[in-house]
Design a protein around this ligand. Structure first.
Ligand code: KIV
Ligand code: ZN
Length: 516
C-alpha cells in the first residue's frame, strides 16, 4: 500500500525569516487560510518566543485554522518550549511543538560551546518538556547534514525514546546532495532501532539549488514528511518549494517510492499568488509550476504541437493546478455584493470597513478602466489591510511633471481618522511623491529596487509597482501598490513599505539568548 507523504509548510516561519518578507497578522492569517484550502498537513505558524507578533500569529492561527496541525518553533530551552505550548494551546489536539537544537561539530563548538553529551541531554530534556504539553512533538537536529552520522543516529534514537513523534533531519545550509541525503536517511532507517515509532522529516535549504531534488531523494529513502515553503521563499536562497515537490510526486507517481499525498493541487496557483501578495516577494517569471511563463509557449513549433495535442510540450495540465481559472472581469457597474463575493472567492476575508475601502477604490478604478480583473482586485486589497492596522492610507495624490515643469507632488495621507497633507519637489514625480510621504510619516527611505508591471491586459491595465526601500537598517523592506497611473502606484507601493517598516519596528524582535 502507498504511504502518505505529509507536507509541513513553514512559509510563515522560515519563509517569513527571509529579508524583507515581514507579514502582519492579517496577512499571515490569509496565508494560513489558503494553506488550509490547499490541505497542507502541518502549518508552522511562527516562532512564538522571538516576538510578541510571532506569538500572537501562532495563537490566532491555532484558534482559527481547524483543518491542519499547527506547529510552533522553539529552541531546546524551557522558556521557548513553554511559550510555544501557550501559543498552540487553542489548537488542542492539533497543536505541535517543534523544538530544535544544532548537532553538528561546527555549531556545537562555535555557536553553542557544548559537548556531545550536553547536546544529547538538552535534546532529550527539551522533548520531554514539550511532551508534557502536547502529544505531537517534532525534534530537529539543526545542521544534521554536517553532523557525524553516528552521533546523529544517537540523537535521533534518544529523542524518539523521549517522546518525539517526528524527527527532522534538516539540511540547514543547503550543503547536501541527492545521493548523499538518500544514503543518510536510509542509514537512519537501518541503524536507529526505534525509528519506526517516528516520522522522518526533511527540511532542505536551496543554497546549491538542490532543495527540491534533495527532498525527493529523501522521500525515496523513506522520509514521510517534507518541509518547505510556497514559492520557495526563505533564508538566503530559500527553502524547498513545496509546490514543486508536490507536483513532482503527482506527475511522476512511483518515481519516489509508492507514495501519495493529501494536497488539493487545484489550489496551488492561488496559494502561490496569495503568498506572493502577502509577503511582497514576487514570483520569478520562469519559476517551475507557478511562474507566469511556466506554461507559456513562445515558439511556433511548440504552439503548433500544443494545439495538436497538449501533452506534446506540457507534462502538467495547467488547469489541474488552478491556472486559467479566471472568471468574467468585473466592471464599474458591478455592485458591492459582487465585489464582496469575488474577493471571498479569491480568499480575501475583509471586515466591513476594509471592504468599503476596497469597494471605493474599485469604483474609482472602474471609472478609468473598462474591466477590473481578479488580479487588479487582489492588488487593491493590500491598502485596506494597512488601513486596518491603524497605519497610513492614501487619501489623494496630485502631481505636476513634464519637460518644462519642475516635478512636484502633493500627497494627503490618513491615519486613525486624521489627515495630513504635504508637497515636495523631486527629480521626477515619483521622487517628489516619496519625499512628500517621508515628510508626513517622518521616515526617510532610499529606493533599493523598483519594478513596474501591468496586472492585467489592455492599455488601461493597472500598473503594479513592486519596490524595496531601505529605511536605514540595511535590510530593504518590500512594498507593492497598484493604480491606473504609475506615479500613484509608486506612491502607494512606497507607503506600503513605510507601513511595513513601521509595523515591523512596533513588533521589535526580542533578543535571542546566545546560549541556545
Ligand atoms: O534550517 C533549519 O535547520 C531550520 C530548523 C529550525 C528546522 O529551519
Ligand atoms: Zn530552515
Amino acid at each position: 500500500m502507498a504511504d502518505q507523504v505529509r507536507f509541513f509548510d513553514t512559509t510563515l516561519r522560515d519563509g517569513e525569516q527571509c529579508p524583507g518578507a515581514s507579514m502582519n497578522l492579517r496577512q499571515k492569517l490569509e496565508v494560513a487560510r489558503q494553506l488550509e484550502k490547499l490541505r497542507i498537513d502541518v502549518i508552522e505558524a511562527g516562532f512564538p518566543c522571538i516576538s510578541d507578533g510571532d506569538f500572537e500569529a501562532v495563537h490566532t492561527i491555532a484558534a482559527e485554522i481547524k483543518g491542519c496541525v499547527i506547529a510552533a518553533l522553539a529552541r531546546c530551552v524551557p522558556s521557548d518550549i513553554e511559550s510555544a505550548a501557550r501559543a498552540v494551546a487553542p489548537a488542542g489536539g492539533r497543536g505541535r511543538i517543534h523544538t530544535f537544537l544544532a548537532t553538528s561539530p561546527l555549531h556545537r563548538e562555535f555557536k553553542l560551546r557544548k559537548s556531545k553529551e550536553e547536546i544529547l541531554r538538552m535534546a532529550v530534556e527539551g522533548v520531554r518538556l514539550a511532551k508534557s504539553f502536547v502529544d505531537d512533538v517534532e525534534f530537529s537536529a539543526e545542521d544534521a547534514t554536517r553532523t557525524e552520522q553516528e552521533f546523529l543516529a544517537q540523537v535521533v534514537e534518544a529523542v524518539i525514546e523521549a517522546g518525539a513523534t517526528t524527527v527532522n533531519i534538516p539540511d540547514t545550509v543547503g550543503y547536501t546532495t541527492p545521493g548523499e541525503y538518500f544514503g543518510m536517511i536510509r542509514r537512519l532507517k537501518e541503524r536507529v532501532p526505534n525509528i519506526e515509532r517516528a516520522v522522518i522529516s526533511v527540511h532542505c535549504h536551496n543554497d546549491l539549488g538542490l532543495a527540491v531534488a534533495n527532498s525527493l531523494a529523501a522521500v525515496n529513502a523513506g522520509a514521510r514528511q517534507v518541509e518547505g515553503t510556497i514559492n520557495g521563499i526563505g533564508e538566503r536562497a530559500g527553502n524547498a518549494a513545496l509546490e514543486e515537490v508536490i507536483m513532482a510526486i503527482s506527475t511522476r507517481p512511483g518515481s519516489f517510492g509508492a507514495v501519495t499525498h493529501n494536497i488539493d493541487i487545484r489550489e496551488i496557483v492561488k496559494t502561490s499568488r496569495v503568498v506572493a501578495r502577502m509577503s511582497g516577494l514576487s514570483v520569478q517569471r520562469s519559476k517551475a509550476i507557478v511562474g507566469e511563463n511556466a506554461f507559456a509557449h513562445g515558439s511556433g513549433i511548440h504552439q503548433h504541437g500544443i494545439l495538436a495535442k497538449r501533452e506534446t510540450y506540457e507534462i502538467i495540465d495547467p488547469a489541474s493546478i488552478g491556472w486559467g481559472e479566471t472568471e468574467l472581469p468585473l466592471t464599474k457597474h458591478s455592485g458591492r455584493a459582487a465585489v464582496k463575493q469575488r474577493l471571498e472567492k479569491l480568499g480575501h476575508v475583509l471586515t466591513e470597513t476594509e471592504l468599503q475601502h476596497v469597494f471605493e477604490r474599485f469604483k474609482r478604478i472602474g471609472d478609468s478602466k473598462k474591466f477590473v480583473y481578479d488580479d487588479d482586485l487582489s492588488s487593491l486589497v493590500n491598502d485596506s489591510l494597512d488601513m486596518h492596522d491603524g497605519l497610513w492610507s492614501m487619501d489623494f495624490i496630485q502631481f505636476v511633471a513634464g519637460t518644462s515643469a519642475r516635478p512636484t507632488a502633493t500627497v494627503r495621507l490618513v491615519k486613525a481618522g486624521r489627515s495630513m497633507e504635504e508637497s515636495s519637489t523631486g527629480n521626477g514625480p515619483v521622487d517628489a511623491a516619496f519625499k512628500a510621504i517621508d515628510r508626513i510619516t517622518r521616515t526617510k527611505g532610499t529606493l533599493a529596487e523598483y519594478q513596474v508591471r501591468a496586472t492585467s491586459q489592455g492599455r488601461d491595465a493597472l500598473g503594479e509597482v513592486t519596490l524595496k526601500i531601505d529605511f536605514g537598517t540595511g535590510r530593504p523592506i518590500p512594498g507593492k501598490g497598484a493604480a491606473t497611473d504609475v506615479v500613484e502606484a509608486s506612491a502607494r507601493a512606497y507607503l506600503n513599505a513605510v507601513n511595513r517598516s513601521l509595523s515591523a519596528s512596533v513588533q521589535a524582535e526580542r533578543p535571542c539568548r546566545p546560549d541556545a
